[in-house]
Design a protein around this ligand. Structure first.
Ligand code: EPZ
Length: 424
């Protein structure tokens, strides 16, 4: 397994290009199952999760071709569709469960393996399945697979669905399923993430009738069929937020190309409170520390438009060297502080009690060998190493490859002393 070696050093200056959003692309790709005509995605990120989704769609009978070094993905599912999403692919990536809604809508039945737990939590699918049941689907769990069948005539029917929690994946599954259902579907307490709006934009381009995406209530008028489309994947707000922290850790000034403030307002408010300046430029966002040491701030993760859980690990790493004590509350996942013990190895002072972590700032972290435990934890350890004294080696970087393209070159491009060590 590869590792990444980081040598703590000086300020970072220059530009970092931000890619298309992993979590948008992983919802957009299954949408190809909703039409027999080609769906093309541009500005797609080059990530292992995208390759996993490609394998899954190909196993279902879709044709998927990546062009321009993976930035363009053209898909078509006009042949015979296999409706069984196998465990050995689904267990690698939870987002595989986003084929459930489209398969049900297109074929009237589906067998999708439950993804199983992952490092950050149990991640059940009850909100997905309860919503589809409201649309007339019969869903049984057998040998680890969800066996789903649409109701009368093999078609889902429109329904009013009240979510107990604003689940991103459940919103995406129901949104896609409802585009071809008979009648009108309303999703209340829907997720409001920009990735939901991006999916709705793409589905509308395919002929779907959707209103209210981006708000807590989405209305979908089912249509008989959808046609092909070409859609540009929205900017990755989590990659954006991650790299906005690089100059916050190390000093200097970095411009994030393609960055948009509207994708991360709650996050930017916290950066401002911590003493980090964010300004809009013609090319994106420019970020710099206002003066020396940053200030402690309290953070609570919430569904959009609140502070994103996917930036909690990175913010915790930053606050390890803040002046004062910060309290971070993780309200979305039950086990998303696994980066804390690794940061403590670097000299951080963190007290974790259940879903709350109290971080007492120290002057400097010290480089150390640390282990990535999940995607967002891995990048937070790299950022911490950039600002620490000495060398930090982050192992198990396959987690990183799932969600961050070309990390070494992007950070080297602003002056970081970082290299990837292959253990082959
Ligand atoms: C999406 O996961 C993202 N993944 C996650 O990003 C992100 O952290 C999460 O949304 C929250 O923003 C993708 O988009 C591919 P949820 P998802 O359904 O859809 C519980 C990353 O690092 N829940 O909003 O799985 C669940 O257990 C990843 O890029 C149920 O209880 O998130 C969790 O505690 C990590 N029942 C909470 O809701 C359900 O049926 C949020 O889950 C569904 C979810």
């Amino acid at each position: 397994m590869d590792s990444i070696l980081v040598r703590g050093g000086g300020a970072l200056n220059g530009q970092i290009p931000i890619a298309g959003a992993k979590n948008a692309c992983l919802a957009l790709m299954p949408a190809t199952l909703l039409s027999e005509e080609p769906l093309t995605l541009t500005n797609a990120p080059r990530l292992s999760d995208i390759r996993t989704m490609t394998q899954l769609l190909q196993s279902l009978g879709a044709e998927v071709a990546a062009m321009q070094d993976g930035k363009v993905i053209t898909m078509a599912s006009h042949g015979e569709i296999n409706t069984r999403a196998e465990y050995d692919i689904v267990r690698k990536m939870r987002a595989s469960n986003l084929v459930l809604g489209p398969l049900l809508a297109r074929e009237g039945h589906a067998e999708v393996s439950l993804p199983g737990g992952c490092a950050i939590g149990a991640r059940p699918m009850d909100i997905h399945t309860d919503g589809l049941a409201k649309m007339g689907a019969e869903i049984d769990l057998r040998d680890g697979y969800l066996y789903a069948k649409a109701g009368a005539g093999g078609k889902l029917k429109g329904a009013v669905i009240d979510f107990p929690f604003a689940s991103v994946g459940a919103t995406e599954n129901i949104l896609m399923a409802a585009t071809l259902a008979k009648g009108t579907t309303v999703i209340n307490n829907a997720a409001r993430e920009p990735e939901i709006v991006d999916l709705a934009d793409c589905l509308r381009a395919m002929g779907a009738q959707i209103e209210g995406d981006g708000t807590s209530s989405i209305t979908i008028q089912g249509v008989d069929s959808l046609h092909g489309a070409t859609h540009k994947v929205v900017t990755d707000r989590i990659e954006l937020g991650t790299y906005m922290l690089a100059p916050a850790f190390c000093g200097g000034e970095v411009e994030l190309l393609g960055g948009r403030i509207d994708l991360l307002e709650a996050f930017c408010e916290k950066l401002d409170a911590a003493g980090i300046d964010v300004s809009e430029t013609d090319a994106g966002l420019k970020v710099a520390r206002r003066n020396g040491r940053i200030s402690a701030v309290d953070v609570t993760t919430e569904p959009f438009p609140g502070f994103p859980t996917d930036l909690q690990a990175q913010m915790m790493a930053l606050l390890c060297t803040a002046e004062g004590t910060s309290v971070l509350e993780e309200k979305i996942f039950e086990n998303r502080f696994m980066h804390a013990p690794e940061l403590i190895r670097m000299g951080a002072r963190i007290d974790v009690q259940g879903g709350t972590a109290k971080v007492t700032g120290v002057e400097k972290l010290k480089g150390a060998p640390v282990m990535a435990t999940d995607l967002r934890a891995s990048i937070s350890l790299i950022l911490a190493g950039l600002a620490a004294t000495g060398e930090t080696t982050v192992s198990r970087v396959y987690h990183l490859d799932r969600g961050y393209e070309h990390v070494v070159s992007k950070l080297r491009g602003v002056g970081a002393d970082i290299e990837r060590i292959s253990d082959k």
